[in-house]
Design a protein around this ligand. Structure first.
Ligand SMILES: *[C@@H]1O[C@H](CO)[C@@H](O)[C@H](O)[C@H]1NC(C)=O
Ligand SMILES: *[C@@H]1O[C@H](CO)[C@@H](O)[C@H](O)[C@H]1NC(C)=O
Ligand SMILES: *[C@@H]1O[C@H](CO)[C@@H](O)[C@H](O)[C@H]1NC(C)=O
Length: 476
């Protein structure tokens, strides 16, 4: 118990630093978030175990507990398990009519370790909205121009960890089954005739053969056999193109560590998959300069991953800021065709935050581009992320989804209560964290706070909001 509470304390300390590392921008390692996420999940999961009323557990997925063979499995082994999926209810409107969910995951006052890992309702695994087409265009462009830089499956690493291929093929089937239920008018699917012995279909159905994105009129073949050459990469391409989320697959190695063995990381903004793929979590975090990871966190991370069950997915949110190129510069014609295309397809720098990090191809982790003069508020974006985590029943791999929402700061300034709450949260970081997050570099900190305060004063004067409002709606 002593050891555990010590660990909990150090996890807290770490948490204090991590989200800030992301706010800083250029040094951000979102995979470090993954560890932070896990740390938190681990604590929360323990709390849930003791607190969750059993009635709630029963109404949750009709799930099987981790079968004994998996519970006591040797590291790196997994017995495919049967999972009875909970019913997925269809979303009550068309994707084109769904507004992006306005996650505003910051709280009033001092920065606390209350980053809100919640258990994930199965209906909400994947969130689509009216940005679908724009994201699809950006993601397709990234796959076309960056290939292995954004979609990659690692082979077997003999004696260490298996390939991510089986997990990749399983994942695309999980997605198409889910999407066809959740957004039934957006996706239409065809199934194999019943000659396959695949178990990918939910509820005993034959596996899905093709999926059509109705509003885009595009149809993708869903790879069925991992034996077919290229099937796993193709599976991840299809997965990346039918949703707005990025995807990372973590596979347990013979040493019990979790390796980043496959990914579709199309719009990471601040990190590159090529720098992290194939690494175990500890290396990802050590290369991400996560303080004290080795001494303090490694054991709890591994344990959380090892114990995660198929029936208990989780979700969390976080946020940071990015600067984009002022519109006048964006409009200037770049003579380099590929750069020009990137900017045309993705003017908000969703895929890669070049204005903060410099060119993606020259990126070296931790090296920041000299900051340019004070950006205007018009060029500031809130970059908020929603992350989910679940274990796949057949391969046992853990899927990490990352959905990014970009919101102009000027839109945030008009939302009732939001500027005041964000300003309070920023001030709540305290001096050390303020220094760490780089108040001195660039002048956006002052510009942002000044703007938020002005918006807040105006809202208070107009009675749009009350002092301290918005405490109860985390993460919105
Ligand atoms: C599978 O085959 C059986 C017998 O031929 C048939 O009755 C059933 O409708 C088929 N199911 C599907 C999904 O094609
Ligand atoms: C959808 O695409 C197909 C070709 O892939 C084309 O034949 C068909 O006319 C298109 N339908 C619509 C409604 O655009
Ligand atoms: C255009 O920019 C890309 C990315 O920076 C670079 O790889 C390429 O060589 C450039 N092309 C030309 C013709 O300069």
């Amino acid at each position: 118990m002593e050891i555990f509470s010590e660990m909990r304390k150090s996890i807290r300390e770490l948490w204090l630093l991590l989200p800030i590392a992301n706010l800083v921008g250029p040094t951000a390692c979102p995979v470090a978030l993954l560890v932070a996420t896990m740390a938190f999940v681990y604590l929360k999961a323990r709390r849930l175990q003791s607190n969750t009323p059993s009635s709630k557990e029963n109404s949750a997925p009709r799930a099987n507990r981790m079968s004994n063979s998996n519970k006591n499995r040797p590291p790196g082994s997994w017995t495919p398990s049967h999972f009875t999926y909970p019913p997925i209810s269809s979303y009550p409107s068309e994707v084109g009519n769904i507004k992006p969910i306005p996650y505003r995951p910051f709280r009033w006052g001092e920065y606390h370790v209350t980053m809100g890992i919640r258990s994930m309702p199965w209906d909400e695994w994947i969130e689509l909205d009216n940005q679908y087409e724009a994201y699809h265009r950006i993601r397709a462009h990234r796959i076309r121009t960056r290939g292995e830089g954004v979609i990659r499956v690692m082979p077997d690493n003999t004696g260490v960890v298996q390939s991510g291929a089986a997990a990749a093929v399983e994942l695309v089937h999980e997605l198409v089954e889910y999407l066809s239920r959740r957004y039934p008018t957006t996706f239409s699917v065809t199934r194999h005739s019943n000659t396959t012995d695949s178990t990918f279909g939910w509820e005993g159905a034959q596996p899905i053969k093709t999926i059509t994105v109705v509003p885009l009129n595009v149809t993708y073949d869903v790879p069925l056999s991992v034996e077919e050459p290229g099937a796993a990469v193709r599976a991840l391409e299809v997965a990346a193109l039918i949703i707005q989320e990025d995807l990372a697959l973590m596979v347990e190695g013979l040493d019990g560590k979790y390796y980043f063995q496959a990914g579709a990381i199309c719009v990471p903004g601040f990190w590159r998959m090529q720098d992290k793929i194939g690494l175990p979590l500890d290396q990802i975090h050590i290369t991400g300069d996560v303080p004290r990871y080795k001494e303090k966190l490694e054991m709890s991370m591994e344990r959380f991953f090892q114990r995660m069950t198929v029936d208990k997915p989780v979700v969390r949110n976080n946020y940071f800021f990015q600067v984009i190129e002022p519109k006048s510069e964006t409009n200037s014609i770049d003579t380099n065709v590929s750069i020009r295309e990137d900017k045309e397809v993705d003017p908000e720098e969703l895929a890669w935050s070049e204005s903060t990090n410099g060119p993606e191809d020259d990126f070296i982790h931790g090296h920041r581009k000299p900051s340019r003069p004070t950006p205007g508020v018009a060029d500031l974006r809130l970059r908020s992320e929603r992350q989910t985590l679940r274990r796949l029943p057949r391969s046992g791999a853990i899927v990490f989804t990352i959905r990014t929402y970009l919101t102009p700061m000027e839109d945030l300034g008009r939302e009732p209560g939001v500027p005041g709450r964000l300003a309070s949260a920023l001030r709540g970081w305290g001096r050390d964290i303020g220094i760490y997050k780089g108040k001195e570099r660039g002048n956006w900190w002052d510009a942002l706070l000044g703007y938020l305060d002005a918006c807040c004063d105006e809202q208070l004067a107009q009675g749009v909001t009350a002092e301290g409002a918005g405490k109860e709606h985390y993460p919105l």
